[in-house]
Every structure is written in structure tokens, then in C-alpha cells.
Design a binder for this molecule. Structure first.
Ligand code: EPZ
Length: 432
């Protein structure tokens, strides 16, 4: 398994380009299953999860061409298989996004029930209940979810989600697009990735209104066609590099981003002593304020509030802030795995239930540490960049799932970081 070796203490300075949003590219690639025509997606990030998603589409029978690294031309013309196999689902839960389009277009779908992951049990009960409300029969057969539309076609309905679920909202949008009649989703997720998926699907001929709000309506149509679409920038990569500028006391110009997708993060970081200039609608200039970082509490909540995917990165920043801050995680039940590794580096963090109390302005010392999940890995890299001495982070395959060429981007900003290849050469040459 690859490792990162980081020697901290260098302020990061320079400019970087933000890549396409992993959590938009994943549902958008799934949506290509809704038509036999070719769908072309641009700005697809070159990260492990998207390589897995591409494999899944090809396993189902779709043709995927990549005329250039970040452009995927998908033609799901001759889908003969309606099953997402366990060996793919176990590496990437987002494979469940195949359920909606397969059920919607073919009236059948079989997906291995995803296990939990480091951050929580991650059930999909709300997805399955929604499919039943759309007229599907859903059963569990030796670890696989088997869904069928008895009459071959789903029927529109009103779906009232008891909890906000991002991929649940996306799965229902895709299933309902070809259903008979209209579907309304209430308590829908409002993330920018939902709007991006709706924009792609409407280009394909779907009739979706209200994406980005808590109520989405989908008018079922007879069929969908091809389209061309550019994936939105990754707001979590953007937030991660904003923290990188502040935690290393450097200055980074962040290009090709969407500040309007990050208002809660920008607001919180400004409160905590980070200076953020919006140079234009797609560029941010970020540095620590001369007054220094101050401890500020944060609570993670569904969009448009502070995103859970930025919680770990923010906690790393709070170890360097003056004072005590509370980091409250309300979305996942076990998303503090990074805390124990930060403590190994000298951070003062006390966990009680879903609340972490961080006592800041602690000098961090480099140490051998372990990455546990995607965003925890980012948090540990940020901490290593500001720690004294050398840190070796193991199991960095987690970070390769969602951050494209992160070592190259950090080195371009002056970071002293290198990837150590262990054993087999990394399956994906991620530092293209
Ligand atoms: C999406 O996961 C993202 N993944 C996650 O990003 C993100 O952290 C999460 O949304 C929350 O914003 C993708 O978009 C591919 P949820 P998702 O369904 O859809 C519970 C990253 O780091 N729930 O919104 O799986 C669930 O347990 C990843 O890029 C049910 O109980 O999350 C959680 O507590 C990590 N039953 C809460 O709802 C269900 O059927 C929110 O989960 C579905 C969800």
C-alpha cells in the first residue's frame, strides 16, 4: 500500500486548479444508463472511485470511451446485465447509484447490498422504501438487493424522505425519470451535485424541477436521449485547499472553483480567522489573517449548511486555532477516526458522542499515522503539512479515491511531500 512522507512547516504558496466533483461525476455516470444514446461527460476527475464506476458501467455492457483523460463518452446501448456485483460494490458504495437507472429503464436491478464503511453503517433503507413507493418489489437475496417493476415500468408517487439522503435523492430522480406519471420528492437533498445531475438529465430529455431545493418534481417521460455535460468543480477539494492555505500560514489562489457552492464553509473559515478574497466567480485567494486563527464551533448539517465532508479538515485547522472549539458531527455516527491520529501528533482533542472538543494552538509533531477514510486522510495530510518534522501516512489509497494528483498539486505549492510506493505499483497512476 502506498504511503505519503511529509516534512511539515512550509507555508504553501501558489495557485491550483480544482478538478471535477467526484460526488457529481458518480451519479452523472450512473445516469448514462438511462439511454441507449451516447452521453458525453467532461471534467470527470481522474480518481479511483470514477475508475471503479467506469468498470461498473462496462460490466453492465455499456461502452465507455475516454478521448481524453477527463472526458467520458458513454453508450449504454446494449445493456444485458442488470447487476452491480459485490466485488465492485464492496470497494465503492456509490455503486448503489446503478439501482435507480436500471430499475427506471429496464424494470429490474440487482445490486449487492453495500456494507458499511469506516464512517458508519451507511444503510440504503430509504432508497429501497422509495423504490417500493414507485411500485417496485424489493427483496434481499443472499446479500443482493433485487428490485423489479412488476409491470415493467415504475409509477410516479410522492416520496417523503424521513432523513435527507444525497444518493437516495439521486437514485429516486433517476428511477422516476422514465416512470409513468409524476413523482414528487419531499425533504430532498439540496447539494449542488443534485442540481448538476438534474441539469444533465434535463439535457437528456427528463423533466425535473426544483433540484437544489427540498422539493423536487419529476414528470415521467417515454425515453431519454444523449447529451453533453461538464461536471461542476469539487467543492470539497476546494475547501480542503482553503484549509491548506490557512493551516500552513501560506497563500493559495484556487482556480476553477465555485465559491457559491461553499458559502457555509467560507463563512465559518472567515469567522475562524481565514482571509478569503473572491477574485472572480471561479477564483478564491486564501490566507491566514495576520491576527491568527481563532477557535470557532461547527456543526455539520445537510447543504446549504456546513458539509460533513469538510469536518475532518476543519478539525485539523482547529488544532492550530487559539482557544477551544466544539466540532459536532450530525450526519454520520463514526466520523471522528482522524481524531485519534491527530492526537498521536500532539493535538488536544476529547471526544464525547458526536462532539469533539478541540483545545487549540498545539504544536503538532510528525509521527507515523494511519488513514482510515477519504476525508480523514485529507485531514491527516493537512496536519502533517503544519507539523514539526516528518510524518508518514499509511493506507493513502483512501485519499486516491477522491483527490486527483494531490501530491503533485501540493508539491506545486511548495509542500515537502512524496508518495512512497509499496509492493505492487499503484493500480492507478494517480500522479498523472
Ligand atoms: C453522500 O453519501 C456522499 N457520497 C458522501 O460523501 C457524503 O458524506 C454524504 O452524501 C453526506 O453529504 C456521494 O455522494 C457518493 P446520505 P450518501 O445518504 O448519499 C443515513 C465523501 O467523502 N441514511 O446523504 O451515502 C446515512 O446513514 C462521501 O465523498 C439512512 O439512514 O449519504 C447518514 O447518516 C462520504 N438510510 C445520513 O442518512 C438511507 O437509506 C446521510 O446519508 C440513506 C442514508
Amino acid at each position: 500500500m502506498d504511503k505519503f512522507k511529509v516534512r511539515g512547516g512550509k507555508p504553501l504558496r501558489g495557485r491550483i486548479e480544482i478538478g471535477g466533483a467526484k460526488n457529481s461525476a458518480l451519479p452523472c455516470l450512473a445516469a448514462t444508463l438511462l439511454t441507449a444514446d451516447t452521453v458525453t461527460l467532461h471534467n470527470v476527475p481522474y480518481v479511483r472511485d470514477l475508475i471503479t464506476q467506469r468498470r461498473l458501467l462496462e460490466d453492465l455492457g455499456a461502452t465507455v470511451l475516454t478521448p481524453e483523460l477527463r472526458t467520458h463518452k458513454v453508450t449504454a446501448g446494449n445493456i444485458e446485465v442488470f447487476e452491480a456485483p459485490y466485488h465492485l460494490v464492496k470497494t465503492m458504495r456509490a455503486s448503489v447509484l446503478a439501482l435507480g437507472p436500471l430499475l427506471g429503464r429496464f424494470g429490474q436491478a440487482k445490486v449487492s447490498l453495500p456494507g458499511g464503511c469506516a464512517i458508519g453503517t451507511r444503510p440504503i433503507d430509504l432508497h429501497l422504501k422509495a423504490f417500493e413507493q414507485l411500485g417496485a418489489t424489493v427483496s434481499l437475496e443472499s446479500g443482493d438487493v433485487v428490485a423489479r417493476a412488476p409491470k415493467g415500468r415504475l409509477v410516479g408517487s410522492v416520496i417523503d424522505f424521513e432523513k435527507v439522503t444525497v444518493t437516495g435523492t439521486e437514485n429516486v430522480m433517476m428511477a422516476a425519470a422514465l416512470a409513468k406519471g409524476a413523482t414528487t420528492i419531499r425533504n430532498a437533498a439540496e447539494e449542488p451535485e443534485i442540481e448538476d445531475l438534474a441539469e444533465l438529465m434535463n439535457k437528456m430529455g427528463a423533466r425535473i424541477k426544483g433540484a437544489g431545493t427540498s422539493t423536487i418534481t419529476i414528470e415521467g417521460v417515454e425515453g431519454l436521449g444523449g447529451a453533453e455535460h461538464t461536471i461542476i468543480p469539487d467543492r470539497i477539494e476546494t475547501g480542503t485547499f482553503m484549509v491548506a492555505a490557512a493551516i500552513t500560514d501560506g497563500e493559495i489562489e484556487i482556480r476553477s472553483c465555485r465559491p457559491d457552492h461553499l458559502t457555509a464553509v467560507i463563512e465559518k473559515l472567515r469567522e475562524a480567522g481565514v482571509e478569503i478574497d473572491e477574485l472572480n466567480p471561479s477564483t478564491l485567494l486564501v490566507r491566514r489573517s495576520s491576527a491568527g486563527l481563532v477557535a470557532r464551533d461547527v456543526t455539520t448539517e445537510p447543504h446549504p449548511n456546513f458539509p460533513t465532508d469538510m469536518q475532518a479538515q476543519y478539525m485539523a485547522l482547529m488544532t492550530q486555532a487559539d482557544g477551544e472549539s466544539k466540532v459536532i458531527e450530525t450526519i454520520f455516527e463514526n466520523r471522528f477516526m482522524h481524531a485519534s491520529e491527530l492526537i498521536r501528533m500532539g493535538a488536544d482533542i476529547a471526544i464525547s458522542g458526536n462532539t469533539a472538543v478541540v483545545r487549540g494552538k498545539r504544536r503538532l509533531m510528525g509521527a507515523p499515522i494511519l488513514a482510515s477514510d477519504l476525508r480523514a486522510s485529507a485531514s491527516l495530510v493537512l496536519a502533517a503539512l503544519c507539523a514539526d518534522g516528518e510524518t508518514v501516512i499509511d493506507r493513502v489509497y483512501h485519499i486516491d479515491r477522491g483527490y486527483e494528483t494531490i501530491v503533485r498539486k501540493l508539491r506545486s505549492l511548495g509542500a515537502d511531500i512524496e508518495r512512497i510506493k509499496e509492493g505492487l505499483v499503484a493500480e492507478v497512476e494517480t500522479e498523472v
